[in-house]
Design a protein around this ligand. Sequence first.
Ligand code: GUN
Ligand code: ZN
Length: 641
Amino acid sequence: MFEITRRDGMARMGRFEVHGKVVETPALLPVVNPKICTVPPRELYERFGFKALITNSYIIRGTPALRDRALEVGLHEMLDYPGVIMTDSGTFQSHMYGEVDLKNEEIVQFQKDIGTDIGTVLDIFTEPFWTKEQTAASIEVTLERTEVACAMKGDMLINGVIQGSVYQDLREDCARRMAGMDIDVHPIGGVVPLMEQYRYSELVDVVMSTKRGINHGRPVHLFGAGHPMILALATLMGCDLFDSAGYAKFARDDRMMFIDGTFRLSDMQSLDCDCPACRGCSLDELRRMDKSSRTKTIAEHNLYQITRELALVKRYLREGRLWELAEIRCRAHPALLDALRRLKEHQAQMEEFDPVSRDGAIFYTGPESRGRPAYKRYLDRLARYRAPTDKAALFPDSQGKPYGRAYAEEFDKARKAGYTPVVASPFGPVPAELDEMYPIAQSLFPSIPDSETETESDRLTFQFLSLAGFKEAVPFDRIPEGGTEEYDGDLLRAKAVARHQFGCEAADALFRGEVKLVKSKNTGKIRNVISDGEHVLSMRAGDGLYTLKMEGARRIVSAVPAPYMRVKVMDDAVPFVSDGRNVFAQFVVSCDPGLRPMEETIIVDVDDNPVATGRLFLTPAEMPFMKKGMAVKVRSGSSDD
Ligand code: GUN
Ligand code: ZN
């Protein structure tokens, strides 16, 4: 059973429970060659903290001593490993070395017999150079074999490997058909050649197309991905499990993994690594070690590089900053930069999963940052903006934020002259009313802009001026003096943010009749919106967005037809949810497909009566698949009123 506990980008942090043992994801499974055991499994578990590993059932079966022992005492005792053991089926070996004597039923049965936790179907490896016809035909065989394995699996969990070479439609279709089967993990197979050949942009297409068809309630394993340099990007795209054979294979060839690549010991000029394996050891000393000590030291070094990067990926994921880490990592190699640039083509898909707000500021790392969903979402929702006047005053980006503070006098002068201030920001146009809202005020850009961002900002601003219906626009230094128009900047802001966040229809319902704004005495910022005497919204100081109160939820439900902003829950859950308890995935009936993680949402019963408000945790695409875990974090239930 898999449960998502945190999220960022398309990344998930999760708990994967296998036979009473818990694997915290994202996780990397070191590959153990049962004939060699470069680093003993017990050490992998205790010293390095790997709570799951992967080994090869085909090698065990083909080695009489191992085979007999595995059948006699079981795999865990044979390897002396208490964690979760995944076994591969020999697909890779049969593909590489042309073994033909292998049968799916036999290898699945063997995996069961030796007590593997997660077994693997004998899938057919699809090479990137295969024709589409050849790929499609082999997928049919893989799918048939997966059906057979599901029927045989018993207590063993099963990997249903998604194949499809570089054909995105075949990947998506294979994933969708696997999603309908009784498998437990979704490995993405056939990607090793792409990674070996540094074809990372195609890897992005493969992962993203697979993700379109997948069952989001299952962990996704990127088969053969174990280099630390790819972990941040792969996690960002929603891969949960990885495996590395490289740590040991490279060690046997005297190659050391680092975050920016793999280097031959013979080519290295120094060994400036302070990992526990290398500490106190010079390059010469390492070179002079006997082969087996050197292999072990390098293998351990490689494992430390992996564990360190994985820990960092998790930290950034927890902090909601995984985009930044992935962008930084992708600058280590031009092929990875290609991958990051390719990811922008999947911006709309990413946007469905990316939280609408986070605690920290967005850091710009370069023009590729524009590919983040936050950019697209801001611009998409800008279509909801209604300009209060038909004249605009244009301002350049400023380092000071919010813009309203940096340009306090100029904004006031513009308003009095009947001009709406609009800043050409790196996100695109920002009308003054939206300047305190996430991600506009909560972002940091270099003070020396790059021409790509500047050009795009100007283009988007000019496009906006005509789409938003402005009849005239002047640069900020041409605003006429001495204007006397009256305006209520707070009310303009309060309404504009509500439209941006909830849409125009909902905002109209929220700002009905007489509206009173309660402001903070300390900061002067809007705190509460009272409409017709009822408290409908509160504004958060941190991200400048609203939390929805129960009365606000009732108004939206009466004004905007279902399923807008709703998560519908089963009758059984209603008493708990209206008492303020969180909504769990298994109680969700349906969900507005337009909602995004961390977005304000209205929990309704089956008859569309509002029972609580909260913030969405799972995405609409995940909801139907998740069997466990929180779906909506509930803030207040109707029984609080
Ligand atoms: N190991 C690396 N790639 C693959 C794959 O595509 N299938 C299986 N079963 N194992 C793999
Ligand atoms: Zn080291």
